[in-house]
Design a protein around this ligand. Structure first.
Ligand code: A4P
Ligand code: MG
Length: 186
């Protein structure tokens, strides 16, 4: 007779895989100092090496005119889809560490930067804490966020807005595609 506990015994904790706890999140990648495309790709490699993060796909890569503060170089932007078992705050800690490793200096709000990693969506969570606002509050105003997001999943909804509606109503910015493929990691 086997001594193994019956699998129907619910008093025994059920072993869960990481996948069972994982959340899908979207991270906006931006840079306009140094070698922006290299920094974006290097950030994705770093993120994929972190415990609790697996990269799913990186969108096409775009160049756009600076939004907000216009007297700075053009930006290179893309979107990254990940699965993560981290909390949103833990993810932010890692994003900020990777920004620093890529020479990020925080001198002025909306200023030029070697790397900016913003959490756009974290599952279906709404977060308004001291450190985090999710969905990202300015995402719906920015074609350089919405377009790469739509490359990855055009069924997404941000707050009350569907990505498809946003794409149709956003003022068209001058965006150049500099890498015309989505990169899949799994
Ligand atoms: N924070 C709050 N919510 C979030 C979130 N969802 N994701 C807090 C990430 N961080 C979030 O950010 C300041 C603080 O925001 C963080 O400490 C975090 O606790 P920051 O990156 O240090 O600097 P920032 O410039 O003041 O803000 P942010 O949000 O990065 O600036 P934006 O609004 O992203 O603007 N034009 C083009 N074409 N492309 C760009 O990528 N980017 C900016 C930066 C301006 N113009 C641009 C682009
Ligand atoms: Mg940021």
């Amino acid at each position: 007779m086997s001594n193994a506990a019956p699998i129907t015994d619910r008093s025994t904790p059920i072993a869960r895989t990481d996948k069972a706890h994982s959340v899908k999140a979207f991270i906006a990648l931006g840079a306009n100092l140094g070698e922006p495309l290299k920094q974006l790709d290097s950030a994705v490699v770093s993120l994929n090496q972190q415990k609790g993060i697996s990269c799913i796909a990186m969108s096409k890569v775009y160049i756009s005119k600076p939004w907000g503060k216009t007297d700075q170089p053009d930006f290179t932007n893309a979107m990254l889809e990940i699965n993560t078992t981290l909390s949103a705050e833990q993810l932010l800690d890692i994003l900020q560490k990777i920004e620093l490793e890529h020479g990020r200096e925080r001198k002025e709000h909306w200023g030029a930067r070697t790397l900016d990693l913003d959490i756009i969506l974290f599952g279906d969570e709404t977060i308004n804490s001291q450190r985090l606002t999710i969905p990202h509050p300015r995402a719906i105003e920015r074609e350089f966020v919405i377009k790469p997001l739509a490359d990855l999943d055009d069924t997404l909804v941000i707050g009350q807005h569907s990505i498809k509606d946003l794409l149709n109503t956003l003022p068209v910015e001058t965006m150049e595609v500099i890498r015309d493929v989505t990169t899949y990691y799994c």
